[in-house]
Design a protein around this ligand. Structure first.
Ligand SMILES: N[C@@H](CCC(=O)N[C@@H](CS)C(=O)NCC(=O)O)C(=O)O
Length: 282
């Protein structure tokens, strides 16, 4: 059994000195901390994001829409969440929850703000009539989308934080979230044993939402040794699905938009046109 190292006080107060990667950034309050406007480019769609799994959902969707011939040209701007740029007045105006991704759709008479990755995917799918079927399989596709947005925080905020980011390792939360992350993989694996894609026979926004979270575990590029620790090699149907989606050119492009770490030729801090990918490894 894990050691009990902490007795909660009667009333919780914020301890900014508790270490960990996000301790100095996050506070228990919402709202802007700094007056600063967001940049705006020439396209109707303005994306404020970063190439984390939640951000990549949207850039893959936009690149897939463009590849399918839709007029989904967009300006993608990097929001450096490590430096607190999610707390500027401009960003909070687009997402009061201060988390990337956030989208401003300026194509109508009034700008429309959309926050939460799942809401952004649905907004884009409905706007362009793509990657979200209208018939019999719509409910199945939406179910796998909402499953992802509900289960992603167990993998990131739960497993990732306690296994990789917390200043000390505690057995109880690591066990809890390792179990949950493996269970999520098993759910996807069993589904993908029966079905080519999560929503059925076709590639949809359900795959676009889930891929950026599942692929990095399969590739061993997220949370230190998580691939080994969680025996991710066991999920053979997820691996088959990841390999198929990874080969899509739009996915390769979408994964590097707003990426400001890693190999130089796989970084694209801002994206304003297809030409920005020239010379990149995509
Ligand atoms: N439920 C949100 C989650 C977004 C989210 O957690 N974004 C993280 C990066 S992956 C973030 O902006 N974190 C900054 C912070 O917590 O201050 C969504 O799906 O869009």
């Amino acid at each position: 059994m894990a050691d009990a190292t902490y007795t909660p006080p009667a009333v919780w107060t914020n301890d900014t000195e508790n270490g960990g990667r996000f301790a100095s950034i996050n506070r228990p309050t919402a709202g802007a901390r700094e007056e600063r406007n967001l940049p705006v480019g020439e396209h109707p769609l303005q994306l404020y994001s970063l190439a984390t799994p939640n951000g990549v959902k949207v850039t893959i969707m936009l690149e897939e829409l463009l590849a399918a011939g839709h007029d989904a040209e967009y300006d993608a701007w990097t929001v450096n969440i490590g430096q607190g740029e999610q707390f500027t007045s401009g960003f909070v105006g687009v997402n009061p929850n201060s988390k990337i991704p956030a989208l401003l759709d300026r194509s109508g008479p009034e700008p429309v703000r959309v926050f939460e990755s799942g809401a952004i995917l649905i907004h884009l799918a409905e706007k362009f009539g793509a990657f979200l079927p209208t018939g019999q399989t719509r409910a199945e596709v939406l179910s796998w989308l909402f499953w992802q947005v509900a289960s992603g925080p167990f993998m990131g905020g739960g497993f990732g934080h306690f296994y990789a980011y917390a200043p000390e390792k505690y057995e109880y939360p690591i066990n809890r979230y390792a179990m949950e992350t493996k269970r999520i993989f098993d759910v996807a694996n069993q589904r993908l044993a029966q079905s080519r894609f999560l929503g059925g026979d076709d590639y949809t926004l359900a795959d676009i939402a889930n891929y950026p979270w599942l692929a990095p575990f399969v590739e061993g590029v997220i949370y230190n040794d998580a691939k080994t620790f969680l025996s991710i090699h066991e999920y053979e149907h997820v691996a088959r699905w990841v390999a198929e989606i990874s080969a899509r050119p739009a996915v390769r492009r979408g994964r590097i938009v707003n990426k400001v770490w890693g190999e130089e030729n796989q970084q694209l801090a801002e994206r304003h046109s297809a030409a920005d990918f020239d010379g990149k490894d995509v």
